[in-house]
Design a protein around this ligand. Structure first.
Ligand code: ATP
Ligand code: MG
Length: 299
């Protein structure tokens, strides 16, 4: 039978990006770019966000693609964020059809109609992308934010550097733990995601995983859930110090819900650890799978 350590390692690798997925993501990026270039002056496009940092979980959806717009599109920057979001939306509807395209506060989502199976597999295909219009601003970018009605600053490189530093300080296990908790967050049994945006999990993990890797996935995950629950009411600034706080995505009621679900997850994890102490390995595997979902292996 699989040991708990083996099960977590398998789980971790199932949440890793593989070559086929990266090929599909890059093909989708090129496809969207080739089309948007017929509508806008695009200086550059790049895959970014958690996808680029390897902190995205599975199934692969909402992969962020920044579209850096050229000088001739600068007039959009002088208008309200809705204007560029509307323009991208209208363009993308032309190619992908209305049912596949959705406006979000900082991006336009394009759904490719890929459906995940019961094991959360998509045959290595990306389900959707977030198309983000962006203007260069020095070393940073400015992107529209229709929630606040303002253009906000962001810097994907700073976020990537912080994640890399955290990964190194944690014996290269930090990103794997972040993907696992984000996978828990996506578990359909919750209904609505407990933690929103899921980027908040990564931002909190920059501080909530400290002291170094202790060598056991089950202990690390249990203590991470517990610390996330304890600190979900804190204010969590943009790690790059540029955009609005990442913790602005939830109101008090949503934070209370997140806290109680994180506490429940921490308790479930403690019970699973206890099952191992009792020598009940099979029951422990089942407990972890119930907590995380189908990508946690039973064998
Ligand atoms: N409040 C913010 N201020 C500045 N930059 C932000 C802010 N929120 C998000 N970002 C940047 O935009 C990127 C995309 O945002 P998004 O919410 O998709 O997060 P993500 O890290 O990609 O997580 P997910 O796995 O949920 O897609 C983030 O990775 C981060 O670099
Ligand atoms: Mg994203």
């Amino acid at each position: 039978m699989l040991t708990i350590d083996e099960a977590f390692r398998k789980f971790k690798s199932r949440l890793e990006l593989n070559d086929k997925e990266q090929q599909n993501a890059s093909a989708r990026q090129n496809e969207v770019r080739d089309f948007l270039e017929t509508k806008f002056a695009v200086d550059r496009s790049f895959l970014t966000g958690s996808y680029k940092r390897h902190t995205k979980t599975k199934p692969l959806k909402d992969i962020d693609i920044f579209f850096e717009l050229g000088k001739s599109e600068r007039h959009y920057r002088d208008q309200a964020p809705e204007v560029i979001i509307d323009a991208f939306y209208t363009a993308l509807v032309e190619k992908y059809g209305k049912p596949a395209v959705r406006k979000q506060s900082r991006s336009v989502n394009v759904d490719f109609g890929v459906v995940a199976d019961v094991d959360d597999n998509t045959d290595y295909r990306v389900m959707s992308v977030d198309v983000v219009p962006a203007f260069a601003a020095g070393n940073d970018y400015e992107i529209p934010d229709t929630d606040s009605g303002k253009w906000i600053k962001t810097n994907p490189e700073i976020h990537a550097d912080k994640a890399t530093a955290a990964q190194q300080a944690y014996s290269n296990e930090w990103k794997g733990l972040v993907r696992m908790v984000k996978y828990w967050n996506n578990n359909a049994r919750h209904g609505e995601k407990p933690v929103k945006p899921s980027f908040l999990i990564e931002v909190m993990a920059l501080q909530c995983l400290h002291g170094g890797w202790q060598g056991r996935f089950d202990y690390e995950i249990q203590s991470l859930f517990s610390t996330l629950a304890d600190r979900i009411f804190d204010e969590w600034a943009d790690p790059a110090g540029l955009g609005p706080p990442i913790s602005n995505g939830m109101d008090k009621v949503k934070k209370e819900r997140a806290r109680s679900m994180l506490q429940a997850a921490s308790r479930e994890a403690s019970l699973a650890i206890n099952l191992i102490r009792q020598g009940r390995n099979g029951d422990a595997l089942k407990a972890w799978r119930a907590l995380f979902g189908p990508k946690f292996p039973l064998s």
